[in-house]
Design a protein around this ligand. Structure first.
Ligand SMILES: NC(=O)C1=CN([C@@H]2O[C@H](COP(=O)(O)OP(=O)(O)OC[C@H]3O[C@@H](n4cnc5c(N)ncnc54)[C@H](OP(=O)(O)O)[C@@H]3O)[C@@H](O)[C@H]2O)C=CC1
Ligand SMILES: Nc1nc(O)c(N)c(N[C@@H]2O[C@H](COP(=O)(O)O)[C@@H](O)[C@H]2O)n1
Length: 315
């Protein structure tokens, strides 16, 4: 028997077609060597990808100049944190990492009783950061040092010209010293160079200059043992995944998004908020047909924000 209960089991049940694993989805006996259940098949060359974020009715995920907004209500935050427990890894772009300094943990879940033999699964934080701008004093690295979070992985691309290499190496060293685990993939997928201390994931295939290719990223993560990936944002990263999902319509093998789960807050942010739609054409996105999850939550008056609350998420 576990000593905590999902607050909204029907949401969990709907998230993935994993009913048979329901009892062990998020709470486990503290043995990290035991994998959490995943919808990805063992043969798959990429992780199962859940794209999930919160937006306003006018499709904004942040306020003016990237101001972090508390768009989710309490229930939605709890759901998001349950979802975090269900994925091997959780990813944000460097824009979000620098702007929000997120923790990407499961702190909004019900407390397990003192001395409990059980723990919540914590996903591996992954930061998409071509030029290593991630801060060595980030909360993610601090939490890792204090044994409150997993070692973050930084996904980057080595600079194309020699003159940028000095700065790049300095940043790499600072991140390594701060605890970032880095894997470096040079030149082409497959020719990988790994050191014991540093794990930098890079790719020579870019969506646009400096941007890591999504298919190459997914295949690298899968090679590193990531079977499920929760992508939280921000705007550019959401756009990249949606664009990739649009371009793979009709080709199941190259699909990059399996489920999209969007929390919609009943408010308008306005035109100067941050949206993710620009440049996306009007077409469907390619999703796993067996995943029934284009999942919208619209909360009622009790969680509706009174006016626009421009605070960071609660600690
Ligand atoms: N409401 C919500 O649920 C969420 C809201 N947010 C909000 O989003 C905002 C940040 O969004 P944004 O500024 O767009 O930053 P992102 O977090 O989307 O990061 C974008 C950066 O990631 C790097 N990157 C590397 N490869 C890729 C790729 N293939 N596609 C896209 N980016 C790539 C690029 O930097 P480089 O070239 O240096 O590698 C790029 O500029 C914040 O205001 C935050 O609060 C964030 C998450 C969720
Ligand atoms: N689900 C959700 N609702 C909101 O209202 C949000 N602003 C976000 N933002 C995302 O969550 C990250 C913060 O995570 P921590 O609270 O630090 O664990 C933030 O960086 C965005 O990715 N999400």
């Amino acid at each position: 028997m576990v000593d905590a209960r999902p607050i909204a089991p029907e949401i969990l049940t709907n998230l993935f077609s994993l009913q048979k694993h329901k009892s062990s989805l998020s709470i486990f006996a503290g043995d990290d060597s035991v994998n959490i259940p995943t919808p990805a098949s063992p043969e798959s060359s990429r992780p199962y990808v859940t794209l999930t974020f919160a937006q306003s009715l006018d499709g904004k995920i942040a306020g003016k100049d990237g101001l972090q907004l508390a768009l989710s209500g309490k229930e939605s935050l709890v759901m998001t944190h349950w979802m975090r427990t269900m994925h091997d890894a959780i990813m944000v772009g460097i824009g979000t990492a620098l702007n929000d300094d997120p923790q990407l943990n499961t702190r909004h879940l019900p407390q397990l009783s003192a001395g409990s033999a059980y723990r919540y699964h914590l996903p591996r934080p992954v930061i998409l950061d071509s030029s290593l701008r991630f801060s060595p004093s980030s909360k993610l690295l601090k939490n890792f040092k204090e044994d409150k979070g997993r070692r973050p992985w930084v996904v980057c691309s080595p600079p194309q010209n020699e003159s940028d290499l000095v700065v790049w190496n300095e940043r790499r060293q600072a991140l390594e010293s701060a605890g970032a685990k880095i894997v470096e993939v040079h030149g082409s997928q497959g020719s990988r160079f790994v050191t014991s201390v540093v794990t930098i994931i890079t790719s020579k295939i870019f969506d646009s200059p400096g941007h890591v290719s999504i298919p190459a990223l997914l295949s690298s993560l899968r090679e590193l043992g990531i079977r499920s990936l929760m992508v939280e944002g921000g705007a550019r990263v959401i756009r990249s995944f949606l664009a990739e999902a649009q371009s793979s319509i009709g080709n199941d093998k190259s699909r990059s998004v399996d489920a999209v789960i969007v929390t919609t807050a009943p408010l308008f942010v306005g035109a100067d908020g941050v949206g993710y739609e620009s440049g996306l054409s009007s077409s469907e996105v390619s999703l796993d047909a067996s995943s029934p999850h284009v999942f919208n939550l619209i909360f009622g008056p009790e969680t509706c924000r009174k006016g626009l609350k421009v605070t960071a998420l609660p600690d």
